[in-house]
Design a protein around this ligand. Sequence first.
Ligand code: CO
Length: 243
Amino acid sequence: MPHRLLSNNRAWAAATHARDPGFFTRLAQQQSPRYMWIGCADSRVPANEITGLDPGEVFVHRNVANVVVHSDLNALSTIQFAVEHLKVEHIFVVGHYGCAGVRAAMRGIRVGLADNWLRHVQDVRLRHRKRLDHLPPDEQENVLCEMNVIEQVGNVALSTVIQDAWARGQKVSIHGWVYGLTDGLLKDLRVTMDHPDGVVPVFGAAIKRYPRVAAPSAGGSLRAGGDVEDDEEDESADTAPRR
Ligand code: CO
């Protein structure tokens, strides 16, 4: 029942005040989070709980499948406020394994209006299909969850907000993480971008960790890809800042 939430809230406020009597008056003055979290709206991936942070410590934006689109004024405005006014030092794009949005994009499942939003994740799948197609289905979904994070880290880094911040010497790093629903652990995808010249090489290095062909087995290696060099160049070129 909804009123359970209100009684929970009263108990939480009382316990928080008992633990730290200045907590609410201090936070009411000013928020000064050092971190921004861009995550999936999935109810199982709450930013504060997972990272052990209190209210006031992480600025949060969430949507279906943690997508950052260059024309999404909601996400861009949130990032701009976080960077230019709150001066956050670290932005984390956090995907999660078992993401229903990523699964729908991977399998071409129609869910309704959200298909148009998930088209962005389908685009990630298409772009890197040679690194995905040779994998077993479950692994394809996990890898697409990771690739989607890598792509969104690139999108944040290439946004005007971050490009302008770096141009004026502001220190802000973009990180890519993925969360495991089954073990509660965050994994760093080693795709941290912290200066303009790093965007393309960091993106390329992260994507190239996913091989284009099946791992060699006793029966020999299977080729699943086409012209490796051309496509790898395409992937790098696609992340180059266009100014
Ligand atoms: Co999700």
